[in-house]
Design a protein around this ligand. Structure first.
Ligand code: PPE
Length: 332
């Protein structure tokens, strides 16, 4: 990965190479962290963060689900993200906020460990490759089932939960595929390792619902909105594995991946074996929304205005993005 200049850490802007943690940090041992993936796109008004407020809201909810008190408000985190991108001078980037149990307490009761908050950003190209976005990827239904609500919290974007995705990804890559599609514990289609999934059947866009252990993707919400606005039928329901093979089109969506056609699943070509028309239309409409070319979805974008660069750089030393940050939590 290509380093950028600064990382926001517990209210301060620190140099990329100084953003370090202790090896006995709780989150490193037990996966006690929650995070987000957000993207900032180039628009005609400068860099703009796609659905920043929604990502911050999901981040804080994930933290709450794992009983992590966060010493920053949504507004502070939202503003810190804007300032970070401005200070790093990036036109577009991927943003990774992370809240984790830090150093000071071992053992499975994390309640006495501090809660640390960081936001980093860097330039991250297409997750599944430019060719994947253009021509589609080959996917395999994983032998691993997606974590179920009986033992974890599928709605939370928590670090430890990603071991499930890691197993599925490794299995698919070692078998020669680019992505895995996981079924839920009931055997219905759930999602990719880092993407929501959709099938097109009889011209209707179908995607698993909340009861199928999905992560409530923000790209997914955007796709549902855009597709409905374009007049497509959108349906959330159980999807049988075989429907992946019978679908006219299959595609994936996520912040890192954006919208990616699936051209083959378990060695069956999807539709004609080439990206389908609805996938193409949605890819291009999503691209327009993300790059500020659709007035209708302009409210999804947080502008990173150059004025904020000047304003903050003048402040020299790293400071909190908003009013002085409260002390770190953890000893509650
Ligand atoms: N499901 C999972 C399991 C998931 O990780 C993501 C995002 C999604 C669905 C789509 O959610 P959204 O980004 O809000 O549309 N995965 C993030 C992490 C990827 C990574 O490799 O790291 C992302 O895309 O940023």
């Amino acid at each position: 990965m290509e380093p950028t200049e600064l990382i926001w850490m517990n209210g301060d802007f620190v140099a990329w190479e100084d953003a370090k943690v202790h090896v006995l940090s709780h989150g490193l041992h037990y996966g006690t962290g929650v995070f987000e993936g957000v993207r900032c796109y180039e628009t005609d008004r400068g860099p703009a963060i796609f659905r920043n407020a929604d990502h911050v809201e999901r981040l804080l909810r994930s933290a709450e689900l794992y009983y992590m008190p966060v010493p920053y408000s949504a507004e502070q985190l939202r503003a810190a993200t804007v300032e970070l991108i401005a200070r790093n001078g990036l036109a577009s980037c991927y943003i990774r906020p992370l809240i984790y149990r830090g150093y000071g307490q071992m053992g499975l009761n994390p309640l006495e460990a501090p809660v640390d908050v960081v936001i980093a950003c860097w330039e991250w190209a297409s997750y599944l490759g430019e060719a994947g976005k253009r021509d589609g990827v080959r996917a395999k239904v994983s032998s691993w089932r997606r974590i179920s609500a009986a033992s974890m919290i599928p709605h939370a974007k928590a670090s430890g939960q990603y071991l499930n995705s890691v197993l599925a990804k490794i299995e698919s890559v070692k078998a020669g595929y680019e992505e895995a599609i996981l079924l839920d514990d009931g055997g219905n289609v759930c999602e990719g390792t880092g993407e929501n999934v959709y099938v097109v059947r009889d011209g209707e866009i179908v995607t698993p619902g909340h009861q199928n252990s999905i992560l409530d993707g923000i790209t997914r919400r955007s796709i549902i909105q855009i597709a409905s606005d374009l007049g497509y039928g959108v349906c959330e329901r159980d999807i049988a594995r075989s429907e992946l093979y019978l679908a006219e089109e299959v595609f994936l969506s996520g912040t890192a991946a954006e919208i990616v056609p699936v051209r083959e699943i378990d060695d069956h070509p999807v539709g004609s074996g080439k990206p389908g028309e609805i996938t193409r239309v949605l890819q291009s409409a999503f691209d327009d929304a993300a790059h500020g070319r659709s007035e209708r979805y302009r409210e999804w974008l947080d502008d990173v205005r150059p004025a904020e660069v000047e304003g903050s750089v003048a402040g020299a030393e790293g400071t909190a993005a908003e009013p002085a940050a409260p002390p770190r939590a953890g000893t509650a």
